[in-house]
Design a protein around this ligand. Structure first.
Ligand SMILES: O=P(O)(O)OC[C@H]1O[C@](O)(CO)[C@@H](O)[C@@H]1O
Length: 450
């Protein structure tokens, strides 16, 4: 299996410090290579992989403000798609932009949806919903308007995080410093419980840091450790009494939460987003609804077994499990693709074929149309499953929607155009003495095949 792994270029892959998407891409890439899979990693030039690295962007744009973000995004993404024929699957971790190239290539594209930053980007995801594949990183993060091939939780290199049975007496906040992540609320919990709080992470929102965080830093009770290295992060995580994760948004996953648990450190988190999928309330931490409940939870930390914390994530969130899950996703996609016949207007899948009849599921992409045609040996019955279209039947024009059907006799001239913004999907039952694809007489064709 040949995989093109498209990483973001905000940070290197793996990142030197912060960079959760790039960190996950690196772990997945290395895990796949270990399993003998041929992976080409498209990432910044200062990235490292035991697979093959392909880079056009010299440095991460977050580390070098001279890198023109849009220019390098274009150069980076186009590289993958220009080499599409060399791969069996393109695995996109670059959010929505690469989706817009996906219909220009024959290689299937699977996207791990790391985060939907705003509902305003949904139209792109919706447009490619039926022609590409999406993986959700938690069940909580599935968007009702999209279809997913699987949920795959992230995995971490659990073995590289030290387990510590005897913590020190401080609470920890480790994340980028931003309102969403609840730095201010973590400070409040520390102050109310009289415990020390160590804060680590890069300052994603300087104004928030200045107004809500900095005034509380006294380097005694509230300590800012800075944008820490991987080693420093592991030390902080393994020695903390608990991790405070007082998020103010529906977080898609929470790598820091899993990393803390791996060290044996319980997590007190706001019960939002993926938190219930990561933390077992009362056993590996506490799911709370605000500062008040978090303060109570701190008092109950003694009831948590640190060993249990580690055990709860060791297998469920290991890299090996994540790699295994993604291999299954790739295999499912390849199996589906083997069955699907590509056409310039979309694709079809033969559901069954027996002497005398053949059943297909036909997908016409938005605004595309099949040729104006007729068959000498078969009649067809079309049942519209979803989308909307305009059927030409001899001299008639018939608007069709989900639930409608159309019958086309032998030698009747016909065509269908997808007139909507979603895929037009219909089931075709063809009956006749000959059902080969070459029984098509084309009169007109948008793609020059007539
Ligand atoms: O000639 P085109 O545009 O590829 O269309 C072919 C499709 O049209 C149909 O013949 C429908 O009439 C399908 O059975 C077939 O897959």
């Amino acid at each position: 299996m040949r995989i093109a792994m498209l990483s973001p270029i905000a940070w290197s892959t793996p990142p030197k410090k912060y960079g959760p998407w790039e960190a996950m891409v690196s772990l997945l890439t290395e895990g796949l290579v270990k399993r003998g899979i041929d992976v080409t990693l498209f990432a910044t030039a200062d990235s490292h992989t035991s697979g093959k690295l392909h880079a056009v962007c010299p440095r991460p744009y977050e580390e070098d403000k001279n890198i023109h973000v849009k220019v390098y995004e274009c150069l980076h993404i186009s590289e993958v798609f220009e080499r599409a024929d060399e791969f069996d699957i393109i695995h996109n971790h670059f959010d929505y932009l690469p989706l817009t190239y996906s219909r220009l290539v024959d290689t299937p594209v699977v996207t791990t949806v790391h985060g939907i930053s705003s509902r305003r980007i949904l139209p792109v995801y919706k447009k490619y919903n039926n022609s590409t594949f999406y993986v959700s990183i938690s069940d909580a993060y599935r968007c009702d308007e999209l279809e997913y091939i699987a949920t795959v939780h992230h995995g971490i290199d659990t073995g590289s995080f030290p387990f510590n049975e005897s913590p020190e007496d401080y609470l920890l906040y480790i994340s980028r410093i931003h309102r969403d992540k609840g730095t201010k609320e973590a400070i409040e919990v520390a102050k109310r419980t009289g415990m020390r709080l160590k804060i680590a992470g890069f300052i994603a929102d300087p104004e928030y840091f200045e107004n809500e965080v900095a005034p509380h830093i006294d380097s005694e009770q509230i300590i800012y450790e800075g944008h820490v290295s991987h080693q420093h992060k592991k030390d902080l995580l393994s020695h903390a009494r608990a991790l405070l994760h007082m998020i103010n948004y529906e977080e898609a996953f929470g790598l820091g939460v899993v990393e803390a648990l791996t060290c044996g450190t319980p997590v007190i988190a706001i019960n939002k987003g993926a938190m219930p999928e990561l933390i077992i309330d009362g056993e590996t931490g506490f799911l709370v609804n605000g500062v008040e409940e978090a303060v109570d939870a701190v008092q109950k930390l003694g009831s948590i077994s640190r060993k249990k914390c580690r055990e709860s994530v060791e297998i469920r969130f290991s890299v090996e499990r994540m790699v295994e899950d993604y291999i299954k996703v790739y295999e499912t996609i390849l199996e589906k693709y083997r069955r699907e016949e590509k056409r310039p207007w979309g694709f079809y899948e033969i559901l069954t074929e027996k002497p005398g009849y053949k059943v297909k599921r036909i997908t016409v992409l938005p605004q595309e149309e099949i040729s104006l045609q007729r068959h000498a040996h078969r009649q067809e019955h079309w049942y519209i499953v979803s989308g909307e279209g305009l059927v030409t039947k001899n001299t008639d024009q018939i608007r069709v929607f989900s639930g409608d059907s159309v019958d086309l006799g032998v030698k009747e001239i016909h065509r269908v155009k997808n007139t909507g913004g979603q895929n037009l999907v219909f089931i075709e039952i063809a009956q006749g003495d000959y059902l080969g694809e070459d029984d098509i007489e084309r009169f007109e064709d948008k793609y020059g095949r007539a």
